[in-house]
Write a protein that binds this ligand. Structure first.
Ligand code: NAP
Ligand code: MG
Length: 492
């Protein structure tokens, strides 16, 4: 499918204060279909003035009584209505995502649309369940005076949400749904590669009845529009998902401004296979952990640790899965893996594979571009039988590239798994509960899966240890991220 085959109108403007708008200087940039390299659309390249207008609109909407002072049940109702609209327009949103991002249409339907609907409904429920507590004080002054003290959670204010390109619609919803449930207003900046579903989402929110300025979308470059948004004095809270490198820049700026900040960053997640495992299950699990979404997953299982005695069998099994994978357009029902998101990212991933080979890794599957136009990389398995300190073992690739290493005892595997600056996800594959739990205890990761990988749910907190981030999304924890505690102390 190409631009002309997509029969819906593609919205290509920013959405600010309830209206579509161009950038102040009318500058635009191109977005592409990664399966063909063809241009799909031009979207506004927001200037500092555009960012200022969006934040001002969000500020105005926040200060007005028409949003944060709405009954929580009204915010819940609007979020549920938005969920219905996303569901009703699901085929269009899914096709738009596959056109712009390259992922398989089935995954766009199930995860981008289905996941967004699920998160919106779950977070809608929180709007009516935000609560504080009453506190018994020990204050004894002045004599005879008593105190009634309590806490309440109040919305954090204007939220700047900056998201990456790997799950464009879902990542946007992960931010906006809880922020809106808490009574915040939002300015969302999608990644420059994938802005189209976020713009459509804002339009649907407007249709659902969210007041103007409550949810705004600005399109632009990270270094300009993103940076202007982060440092804007009208922003109270920054929530970011993306690379650790940019996370550090944003964290520094927020520390300087004393802004609230949540960071969901990169990963180098280990997959630890134990020697009692069912080999077929471990092979399929390890392949799914790295090749899902073409490896463009922050929790992608990119380091595989295998008992030495089973190393060849398991690595060859994963390599077979890789060799048998059908590359193609996400719209083609026969396709099992689509393109990477951009030519720049494809080149980066190809460079890391080449470096892995040059440093002594053995490419046992993939490594090429599949001889296709578009931004393709074959699913790639690198055997690192000598446990060399390859760059590709240490650094995030964010592509379909697995490095496999043998180990002699589990303690060694755990130590290797933990020898990373990252700590986002990990999985262990075994049929013995006690062994699984010992690995769960020892691995430094925000989420540890047993006999599964990459599974997320709106009720289960998600986030990183170490350089994988600060804060948790989802579940009850997310309410703290978008509210401030106000303590109330009444003398009587
Ligand atoms: P990225 O370069 O960090 O960009 C993420 C977002 O930040 C984009 O919208 C980007 O805008 C913007 N940005 C870039 N520089 C900025 C700056 N100086 N100030 C403000 N905003 C800025 O990451 P990416 O390449 O798009 O995404 C891949 C990365 O995201 C991977 O490293 C992956 O691990 C991580 N990720 C983490 C999670 C998680 O939950 N922990 C989830 C998904 C992805 P532009 O698009 O214009 O550059
Ligand atoms: Mg970028």
């Amino acid at each position: 499918m190409d631009r002309q085959d997509f029969t819906h109108t593609i919205r290509t403007q920013m959405f600010v204060d309830g209206r579509f708008c161009a950038s102040g200087d009318s500058r635009t940039f191109a977005v592409f279909n990664p399966a063909t390299g063809a241009e799909i659309a031009q979207v506004p390249d927001a200037t500092d003035t555009d960012i200022d207008e969006a934040v001002t609109a969000a500020r105005r909407a926040f200060e007005a009584d028409t949003w944060r002072r709405l009954p929580p049940s009204e915010r819940e109702r609007l979020l549920l209505r938005l969920a219905d609209l996303v569901e009703r327009n699901g085929d269009e949103l899914a096709a738009l995502e596959t056109l712009n991002q390259g992922k398989l249409l089935g995954f766009s339907k199930m995860l981008e649309v289905g996941g967004s609907v699920q998160w919106l409904r779950y977070m809608a429920g929180w709007a009516t369940k935000i609560e504080g507590s009453t506190v018994d004080l020990s204050l004894a002054f002045p004599p005879g005076v008593r105190y009634n003290a309590s806490t309440r959670r109040v919305p954090a204010g204007v939220v700047a949400a900056i998201v990456p390109w790997n799950f464009p619609l879902l990542m946007a919803v992960w931010k906006i749904a809880p922020a809106l449930a808490c009574g915040c207003t939002v300015v969302l900046k999608p990644a420059e590669e994938t802005p189209l579903t976020a713009i459509r989402l804002a339009e649907l929110a407007h249709e659902a009845g969210f007041p103007p300025g409550v949810f705004n979308v600005v399109t632009g470059q990270g270094e300009t529009a993103g940076a202007a948004l982060v440092r804007h004095a009208g922003v109270d809270k920054v929530t970011f998902t993306g690379s650790t490198e940019v996370g550090r820049i944003i964290g520094k700026q927020c520390a300087n401004d004393l802004k609230r900040v949540s960071l969901e960053l990169g990963g180098k997640s280990p997959v630890i296979v134990l020697d009692d495992c069912d080999p077929q299950r471990a092979i399929e699990g390890a392949a799914g952990a790295i090749f899902f979404n073409h490896g463009q997953v922050c929790t992608a299982g990119s380091r595989l640790y295998v008992p030495r005695a089973r190393f060849e069998e398991i690595v060859e099994g994963v390599a077979q899965v890789a060799r048998n994978t059908v590359l193609g357009s996400g719209f083609d029902a026969a396709t099992q893996m689509g393109p990477l998101v951009s030519s720049r990212h494809r080149d980066k991933v190809a460079g890391m594979i080449a470096q892995g080979r040059a440093e002594g890794g053995e490419i046992v599957a993939g490594g090429g571009d599949g001889n296709r136009a578009g931004y393709f990389i074959e699913p790639t398995v690198i055997a690192n039988a000598a446990n060399q300190p390859l760059t590709v073992v240490r650094e995030e690739v964010f592509g379909p590239v697995l490095v496999a290493m043998p180990y002699d005892d589990v303690e060694e595997a755990i130590a290797a798994a933990n020898a990373s600056e990252y700590g986002l996800g990990a999985s262990v594959w075994t049929n013995q509960l006690d062994r699984a739990l010992r690995v769960v205890d020892a691995v430094q990761a925000g989420t540890v899966w047993v006999n599964t990988h990459n599974m997320v749910d709106p009720a289960l907190p998600f986030g990183g240890f170490k350089a994988s981030g600060i804060g948790r999304e989802h579940g009850r924890a997310i309410i703290d991220a978008y509210t401030e505690t106000k303590s109330v102390c009444i003398a009587y």
